[in-house]
Design a protein around this ligand. Structure first.
Ligand SMILES: Cc1cc2nc3c(=O)[nH]c(=O)nc-3n(C[C@H](O)[C@H](O)[C@H](O)COP(=O)(O)OP(=O)(O)OC[C@H]3O[C@@H](n4cnc5c(N)ncnc54)[C@H](O)[C@@H]3O)c2cc1C
Length: 406
């Protein structure tokens, strides 16, 4: 059995950042995937949106709760620290217009290489294709059984990710094991998922996107929430930040009412009435030309209505006008299915934050044990918040372990 100071399970951004901070101890990182950090490589469509320029107050609104815990963590390692870290490793970073931060090269590979290289420079070993099967508490630490052998480690960092995109290696198989060692695992559910809707009629609009759309959600006719953001229509339903970020609140059978863009019901009604009074002969089909709607959407919604689009707008009855307002500002869809772990970009749930020291990420249940990254019950919106959490928690745990006397 090999004896080391620190064993890190998982070489995603959280595990690699933890290793990067440990200078004075022997470290082995194990990852069951042959190609490690696959999710990091997929992030931001391969461009790696690793954080956002927002301030702390803004950041804390981007997660599914646990503000007090996150506040303490971000005070120790935040977005500017992440940027400074990568710049120091020779990876220039850049802020996009929308505040999202990427490597200037727009290559996730550069972020991964920087993290791997610093671990190598520190003399750490990375064993890819080695799966952790069991962990036992033993005198002075942990015995870790893997697909390739056994290790004794004084400190153990769980950085094994969530359950989404299981083909990347983050398959959630270790949650049960740590539950067995006394940790509470909050219910695991997909987050940042697209939704499959019915009727599936909108699929004719596949590829259309809308800035600042509004999606209202109703369950048994009661409002669940009203959400704003960019919307994308896909071949199966809806995606884009407004749907992904709020998918954790959606359930099968919920009704969604979609406003395509920023023009609300009242403004659209006033516009149509004004047009009827001033340009009454204008055919209804032309009435939407002065509005910020794509032609495809207008044609699609008018064709789907009961209204003869060739008739003059002055002849549009109140009932017909309301039908159009409903189509453009509250288009009704039912959720048939909320995307599962195979398409979710993150996982809600995981190791309870109540059992972690927010200053160190150390377990309050088992001395020497730490949890970082997505395996912890913290999940953020799209926009770089999940990788920032992985980097923050990894950095905090790594620094803490580096400072421990053995
Ligand atoms: C398609 C996609 C796009 C995304 N885009 C973004 C984005 O632009 N910005 C953003 O902030 N976030 C994004 N995310 C989320 C982000 O990638 C994750 O939150 C982040 O990678 C989590 O880091 P982690 O180190 O905690 O876990 P992971 O990156 O999941 O790494 C965990 C590692 O642990 C290993 N492991 C698991 N079990 C075992 C075991 N038993 N033995 C050994 N090894 C094990 C896995 O193989 C894996 O390599 C995206 C996710 C996806 C799927």
């Amino acid at each position: 059995m090999k004896t080391i100071d620190v064993l890190i399970i998982g070489a995603g951004p959280a595990g690699l950042m933890a290793g990067a901070q440990i200078k004075n101890k022997s470290v082995i990182l194990l990852d069951q995937s042959e190609k490690t950090s696959l999710k990091l490589l997929m992030s931001g469509a391969g461009q790696c949106n690793f954080t956002h320029e927002g301030d702390l107050k803004f950041f804390l609104e981007q997660y599914n709760g646990h503000k007090a815990f996150l506040k303490v963590a971000f005070k120790q390692f935040f977005n500017e620290d992440a940027c400074a870290f990568f710049e120091k490793q020779g990876v220039a970073t850049m802020v996009r217009e929308d505040g999202k931060i990427f490597p200037k090269s727009m290559r996730a590979e550069d972020i991964k290489s920087a993290l791997i290289h610093i671990n190598e420079r520190q003399g750490h070993q990375l064993h890819s294709g080695e799966c952790v099967k069991d962990v036992q508490i033993v005198d002075g630490g942990f015995q870790i059984i893997t697909s390739h052998g056994a290790y004794h480690a004084t400190n153990l960092i769980g950085a094994f990710g969530g359950c989404s995109y299981p083909t990347t290696g983050s398959d959630g198989s270790l949650f049960q094991l740590f539950k067995g060692l006394g940790h509470t695992i909050m219910p695991l559910r997909p987050a940042l998922s697209p939704v499959y809707t019915k009727p599936n009629a909108l699929t004719g609009l596949q590829g259309l996107s809308f800035k600042d759309a509004t999606v209202d959600c109703f369950r048994e006719n009661q409002p669940v929430g009203s959400y704003n953001g960019d919307l994308l229509i896909t071949h199966f339903g809806l995606s884009g930040p407004v749907v992904l970020d709020n998918s954790r609140f959606f359930r099968v059978g919920d009704q969604l009412r979609v406003q395509f863009g920023t023009v609300d019901r009242k403004s659209l009604e006033q516009y149509l009435i004004h047009l009827a009074n001033t340009s009454g002969k204008l055919p209804i089909a032309s009435a939407f030309k002065g509005l910020p709607y794509p032609k495809r959407l207008v044609e699609f919604l008018l064709d789907g209505s009961s209204i003869d689009k060739t008739k003059p707008i002055s002849e549009l009855s109140k009932k017909e006008r309301h039908e159009l307002l409903g189509f453009f500002c509250a288009y009704e869809l039912l959720i048939d299915y909320v995307g599962g772990f195979n398409v979710a970009m993150a996982t809600t749930g995981g190791v309870s934050v109540e059992e972690l020291n927010r200053k160190t990420m150390a377990s309050k249940i088992q001395e020497g044990l730490f949890f970082v990254g997505e395996c912890v019950d913290i999940d953020g919106n799209t926009g770089g918040y999940n990788i920032q959490w992985a980097l923050t928690s990894g950095a905090i745990a790594g620094r803490e372990i580096d400072n421990l006397s053995q």
